[in-house]
Structures are given as C-alpha cells and as structure tokens.
Design a protein around this ligand. Structure first.
Ligand code: FAD
Length: 595
C-alpha cells in the first residue's frame, strides 16, 4: 500500500511514524512545502525570546533521520498543488526546481494545518506571523540582536505591537518583553484570553501589565505606518497611535482546506475539513488530520446536528496522526475532543478544558458554576500560592462541562486531572472521592480538585445553595440581606458592594464565629440572606448554620475574591472603552504608557 501524507509536522509526521511502526512493507511518502519537517512550532515564541537558545533544538527530525530510522520518503520544499481523487493522483511542485510531477496514492492523508489569519488593514504587509521556522527566522532578524543590555544606539527594534490576545499572542508578548522590547498587546475582545471567563482572565491581564505589557482590549489595529500602529476602538474610531518597530499578527488561524476542496471533500463548520470519527473525509481513500480537520466535540448536545469544533492544538494533531495510521491499517475508534489548553504568561499559568460560561450561555445550555480559591499545596508549607479555579457542571446530569484555572503553580495538574475525569465520564460530585497523591509540598489532603467535588456534591444534594457574582445586585435589590462573615479586618480591607436603588450598599459584617450569637438580633428572618466570605468556604459554614436556624440562605460562590476579580474585569473593560485620547504622532509626543 502506498500512503501519501501532505504536511510533515505534528499530525502528518505522527501518522507517518506510526504507520511505519505498524507496517514495515508500506510505502510512505511525506510531502512538505516548507524547509523543515517535524519541527516544534510550539517552541517558536520561546526561541524568539531566547529561552530556547539553539535554533536546532526546534528541529526534532530531518528527512535524513526519518529515512534512516523509519524508511520514510520525506520530501521537503515539495508543494502539492492539486488532487485528483478519482484517479488517486496528486500534482507536486518541487519548489527548488519549479518542476511538477504526478504522484499516485492508495491512501491520502491531508495534514496541511492551519494558516494564520492576518487582519486586512493598511500597512499590514509589514506585520509578521509565527507559524513555522521561516517565520521565527524573520522575527528574530526583525528584532536584531539582544536588546537587554540597555544599549540603545544600534537601531535595533525597541517596540512591538502584538495583535491578538490569545494563547500565541500572549506567548509572543512575553517573549518580546524578555528581549527588552516595549510591548503593546492589542485585543478586539473586551478581555485577553477569551477561552477563560472574564473573572479569571482579568488575572492574566494583571500579570501582563505587571510585567510592563500595555494591554489594550476592546481595541483594534486600524493601520500600520513604518514605525507605529494606529489603534481604533471596536467601532473603528481612531483612539491612539503607539510605537511599533515590530508588529506580530496572532489573531487566530484558519484551517487550510485548499487541497480538500480540490479533492472534492465536504467541509465542516467554520471551514475545517469534515471527517468522521475515523478521520475519513467524504471522499474515498482521503483522510484529514490535525488543525485542518474538524474535531468531534465531546461536549456536543445529543441533538446537535453539527457536533464538531475546530481545535488547533498539538495534542489533538498528534492523536489524529496516530489514529489515522491505525484506521488505515484496519483499527478504529478515536475519542472525541474536549479542547484542553494551557499557557504560561510570565510567572502565571492559565489553563482550560471544555466549555467556558460564555460559550454555555451562547449555546443556551443549563449549567452550574463553581468558583474556588484554594492554595496549590498545604498553606503551612513554604511556597504556597493561590489558585483561581472554576468548574462548570451540568445541573441535570452532574457531568463536568468545563474547567478553568489560573495561578502560579499547580494549574496544569488540576486541569489535567479534570480533563481526565471528563474523558472518563466522572461526575462533578465524583471529584470529591478521587484519591490524589498528597504530601505538603505537592497538594493538600483535600486537594483543590476534591474541594470542587465537595462543593458540587453540596449543590447537587441541596446541602448548600449558591449565588453568582453577577446575580448579587438583583438579589439584594429584591430585599436580600448581604452578610460578610469574615473578620472586621478583612471586611475593612475590601468588601462586596451592591447597587440598591441606585445606591451602593455594603454587607453587614458579622464574623463567622459570632454568627450563632448575633444572627437573631441582626439578620431579619423574613428576608432571604446572602452570606459571603473571602473564598466561599466560611460562607458555606455560615450558610449551613443560618439554614438550620430557619433562614433562606445562599452563599456567594467564590466569595469576595471572585466578586472582586469580576469587578476588576468589568472596570478594565470600561477603562478600555473610555480611552479616547489621540496621542500626537511624533515619537516625542508618545507617552511612556502608550509604548
Ligand atoms: P502544522 O503543524 O501546521 O503542519 C502542516 C504542514 O503542512 C506545514 O508545515 C505546511 O507547510 C504543510 N503544508 C500545507 N499545505 C501543503 C501543501 N499543499 N503541500 C505540502 N505541504 C503543505 N498547540 C498546543 O497544543 N500547545 C502549544 O503550546 C502551542 N503553541 C503553539 C505556538 C505557535 C507559535 C504555533 C504556530 C502553534 C502552536 N500550537 C500549540 C498549535 C500546534 O502547533 C498545532 O496544533 C499543530 O502544529 C498542528 O499540527 P498539523 O500537523 O495539523 O499542522
């Protein structure tokens, strides 16, 4: 059997090597338009930032090493320009000689990946993208040599604008700061990292700003001049102009479906190549994998007519590659996809799996949100630091719909455990009973994942009822009494405020340890009560106590910290929208805060 694979990176090369391990006699040809195969595109931002020092470290295999170990016929600088699926042939152009030839196949695997989307604005030709090794070479050359030595006399790049505040945009921003550049991150949405909900994403924004990145949300780049980027608000009104020696566009990717269209395959939602659970396209003997292909959505509703998503992530591309090899050789059955992702931003880590609240709301699906703020390991052990965790649960089935985490340590571990629980079909309440490895330096005897399970179980059984930060104003407006059960010192340090009849009103402060004695005299029994503490845990104890005293009680989910984060997110959105000052265009007139 002759198997031809188009695209020799994550999905394509995983397919090729798996095929060889399973079928020594197969003829395997990999056609790759670029100069390199099997390179680490996830490492590109870190090479640009100098964290990965050697360019060669990005190049995991070469055509020669693949030929030696796997007897795979790898041809770089070979662009496939056409497919005749009826005749089982491809037209291939050798980019060195310009000559074209026809290649036959028995099975064709399309693995062309996804292309960076570039916004269409005047001057955009000078914007760089980051997809492959050639791109990072262009970026490194645009940056010039290392600027961290403080020498400013050499004409090297000093400022950069990164367009797009998603995973790749954040990684590039961090690495350009590492190279000593003044970085402006421009994002059209009203928050960075939209896979996270706003009250968690605000922590990522804080981290970027604390490290000197000028974050401009609700903002777009409307034009590029030779040394600057002109910024506009979402409506297109120019609001600012910032220095931009280098511009990086990282606004997302579009599945590369060109060959699939030529082959006559069906496309799925948002343009990805439509494939079945065994990665077959609608055309016989043609398979599609990786970023170019749709992924079967593990969280799709049962009646969803299009249960697919485009999830351009490396884990899925590699799994696709391995799986398509199995299918071609007669095996079947790939798990649907959850979409599990992680990103580091300076010292902070943000990770997510499944749906976020914004998506669930858009889909009209019922959900229960749970926020917690545990330490990543025992608080008494040196180095403990807080996590912000969010779990989204189907209230009917108790199945986990999604999770998000932000923190300095232990984020990836929790999201990976939750992703595994989701893949295994565990319910949110089941998390309470997971046996997770524990010693003080690594976790807690009640791990943060167990704690999510406790909260979920309490909510499911009606042991506790919660209220979300965005529901608070209405409850208080309707007459609920808000009680802060933290200490007076904590209350004085910052307290939840609600808007009642246009007036700000603060919570009544009754510390938990005094609640039993003071409740009767100070909390009206004929009105609902909302209790809150710092993170929700003392609030839960208070809610249990007051419930047993006969009150109608809810606990503010995630406590003061979630409410405060949500308020900060709301304020940062308002601030961004209010930035209307046009900064003079001459570099002398550009203020420090705008570069
Ligand atoms: P690609 O890796 O894009 O490979 C496709 C190849 O096909 C390309 O080399 C292309 O030249 C070739 N090709 C296309 N058309 C043709 C043609 N007609 N003829 C011949 N060859 C062709 N994912 C994560 O999960 N975590 C991360 O931290 C992460 N970081 C990333 C950072 C960056 C800067 C980038 C760009 C991506 C990152 N990703 C990350 C995404 C991840 O790299 C992709 O999901 C993965 O590489 C997709 O693999 P693929 O094989 O589908 O496509």
């Amino acid at each position: 059997m002759k198997i031809v694979i188009v695209g020799g990176v994550a999905a394509g090369m995983s397919a090729a090597t798996r095929l060889r391990r399973l079928a020594e006699s197969a003829e395997i040809v990999v056609l790759e338009a670029g100069d390199h195969v099997s390179y680490a595109n996830c490492g590109l931002p870190y090479y640009a930032g100098g964290v990965i020092e050697e360019r060669d470290a990005l190049l995991l295999q070469t055509p020669a090493s693949l030929a030696a170990r796997f007897r795979i016929d790898v041809r770089v600088r070979h662009l496939v320009t056409d497919v005749d699926a009826q005749a089982h042939t491809l037209v291939v152009r050798d980019l060195e000689t310009g000559q074209e030839h026809v290649e036959t196949y028995d099975r064709l695997v399309l693995s062309p990946g996804a292309r960076p989307v570039v916004p269409s604005v005047p001057g955009i030709e000078r914007a760089l993208v980051l997809r492959d090794v050639a791109d990072v070479d262009r970026l490194v050359s645009a940056l010039g040599a290392d600027t961290t030595d403080g020498d400013t006399s050499d004409g090297r790049a000093r400022s950069a604008v990164v367009i797009g505040g998603g995973f790749v945009g954040l990684e590039i921003a961090e690495n350009l700061v590492r190279r000593g550049l003044a970085v402006t991150l421009v994002e059209l949405a009203d928050q960075v990292l939209t896979p996270l909900d706003t009250e968690l994403a605000v922590r990522v924004r804080d981290e970027l700003e604390a490290n000197g990145v000028a974050v401009r949300t609700s903002t777009q780049v409307s034009a590029l001049t030779p040394g600057t980027a002109v910024l506009a608000d979402a409506a297109g009104t120019v609001v600012d102009e910032v220095l931009a020696d280098v511009v990086l566009a990282a606004v997302g990717v579009r599945a590369d479906t060109e060959l699939a269209v030529l082959a006559g395959t069906e496309l799925g939602p948002r343009g990805g190549i439509l494939v079945d659970e065994d990665l077959r396209t609608s055309v016989p003997d043609v398979f599609a994998v990786g970023d170019a292909a749709v992924k079967r959505d593990a969280l799709a509703a049962a009646d969803d007519p299009e249960p697919y998503r485009l999830i351009p992530l490396a884990n899925l591309a590699n799994r696709h590659g391995r799986h398509v090899a199995d299918v071609i050789l007669g095996r079947t059955g790939m798990r649907p996809s959850l979409g599990t992702a992680v990103v580091g931003v300076f010292g902070l880590t943000a990770a997510t799996v499944g749906r976020n609240e914004t998506q669930l709301r858009a889909e009209g699906r019922p959900y229960q949100a749970i926020h917690t703020h545990p330490s990543q390991h025992a608080g008494y052990y040196p180095g403990s630091s807080p996590l912000a965790l969010k779990l989204l649960v189907d209230p009917d089935t108790d199945l986990i719909l999604g999770a998000q985490a932000v923190g300095r340590d232990g984020v990836d571990k929790r999201i990976d455990v939750l992703a595994t629980a989701m893949a295994g079909g565990l319910t949110a309440s089941d998390l309470a009973d997971l046996e997770l490895a524990y010693a003080p330096a690594y976790g807690s005897a009640k791990d943060p994942v167990n704690m999510l399970g406790y909260v979920a179980d309490n909510l499911r059984t009606g042991t506790t009822r919660s209220v979300q930060w965005h529901e608070l104003d209405e409850l208080v407006h309707d007459g609920a009494t808000l009680v802060d059960v933290r200490t007076p010192a904590e209350h004085a340090d910052g307290a939840v405020e609600t808007v009642r009849d246009g007036e700000l009103s603060a919570a009544v402060n009754i510390p938990l340890d005094e609640l039993r004695a003071r409740a009767g005299a100070e909390i009206p029994a004929d009105r609902p009560v909302v209790v809150h503490c710092q993170v929700g845990q003392r609030g839960h104890t208070a809610a249990r106590l007051l419930t047993q005293l006969g009150y109608d009680v809810r606990n503010l989910d995630g406590g003061y910290l979630t409410w405060r984060d949500a308020e900060r997110a709301r304020n940062s959105q308002v601030d961004a929208a209010q930035r209307r000052t046009i900064i003079p265009r001459s570099p002398a007139g550009l203020s420090r805060s705008t570069v």
